[in-house]
Ligand binder design. Structure first.
Ligand SMILES: NC(=O)c1ccc[n+]([C@@H]2O[C@H](COP(=O)([O-])OP(=O)(O)OC[C@H]3O[C@@H](n4cnc5c(N)ncnc54)[C@H](O)[C@@H]3O)[C@@H](O)[C@H]2O)c1
Length: 264
């Protein structure tokens, strides 16, 4: 198994991509701390982790609040004695509007806190424990929209681009401590993330099929398992000499889809 005896914290691990990563890691022998604000789903995912082989625990934590992050990491250390892997996955967009005209100062701050400050806070709390062990794998979940936006979601894409800056800087700073820092840039992945935009759409399958046809060269929407595969590579010794890297997991995006017609 690729993660035998390892311990991971996965923020936003209750549902969606975080849950997919948690289950994949568990299959490889990893114990997982699900750090999330969604208690019911988080506890359920932690139980699923335990059934798969690793030990799963849920810790309630709003990752935008430094004190809560410190407490969550303290609980992880009390339980497992170390943290080998940190996946900064919690994130999202609060609504469908995202142009410069739409987004106000409050929404900007909220998005930066959830998608960027959270990763900084978790790194700050976890890295001292990794340094002590001279071992660590940090995986930051950014977005393909940070570098190739398909629509304007200015506060979210700017925050996700900030996650790449954090990744490059910390990769450089932490390499001497044998701590690697990499980022995954997901394309469209079908999870509860899409609820704010699909809430009023009756045929959601048709909606996602249309996006896949129009935008994704592989002609399908991604799944949490698609992201989990790349995360497993970055969390395991398969990536022992890889740091400061970004991996698009986006079905061939940002290439043109096969259905696209180039004119002019
Ligand atoms: N789904 C996509 O198409 C897509 C594409 C690109 C990037 N991403 C990124 O991938 C990551 C995971 O996305 P997802 O699709 O699984 O989203 P999701 O909305 O399905 O799940 C997000 C999880 O984060 C948790 N969360 C939200 N706010 C939190 C907070 N303040 N503290 C702790 N936990 C919190 C939620 O409870 C939930 O469990 C996010 O960072 C997202 O921005 C997703």
């Amino acid at each position: 198994m690729l993660l035998e005896s390892r311990v991971a914290i996965i923020t936003g691990g209750a549902v969606g991509i975080g849950r997919g990563i948690a289950l994949k890691f568990a299959e490889e022998g990893c114990s997982v701390v699900i750090a999330d604000i969604a208690a019911i789903e988080g506890k359920k995912t932690a139980e699923e982790v335990s059934k798969k082989g690793g030990e799963g625990i849920f810790v309630s934590c709003d990752v935008t609040v430094g004190r809560q992050v410190q407490d969550m990491v303290g609980k992880a250390i009390s339980k497992f004695g170390k943290i080998d892997i940190l996946v900064n996955n919690a994130g999202g967009v609060s609504g469908p509007e995202g142009s410069l005209d739409d987004v106000n100062e409050e929404q900007w701050d909220k998005s930066l806190n959830l998608n960027l400050k959270s990763a900084f806070l978790c790194c700050k709390a976890v890295v001292p424990h990794m340094k002590k062990n001279k071992y660590g794998k940090i995986i930051n979940i950014s977005s393909l929209g940070a570098v190739h936006p398909a629509v304007s979601v200015v506060h979210y894409h700017a925050a996700k681009a900030g996650v790449l800056g954090l990744t490059y800087n910390l990769a450089f700073e932490l390499a001497p401590f044998n701590i690697s820092v990499n980022a995954i840039l997901p394309g469209p992945i079908r999870t509860p993330f899409w609820e704010p935009v699909t809430r009023d759409i009756p045929d959601k399958d048709a909606y996602f099929a249309e996006i896949a046809k129009k935008e994704v060269p592989m002609q399908r929407i991604g799944t949490p398992e698609d992201i989990a595969g790349a995360a497993l590579f970055l969390a395991s010794e398969l990536s022992a000499f890889v740091s400061g890297e970004t991996i698009n997991v986006a079905g061939g995006l940002p290439q043109l889809p096969h259905s696209a017609t180039i004119t002019g």
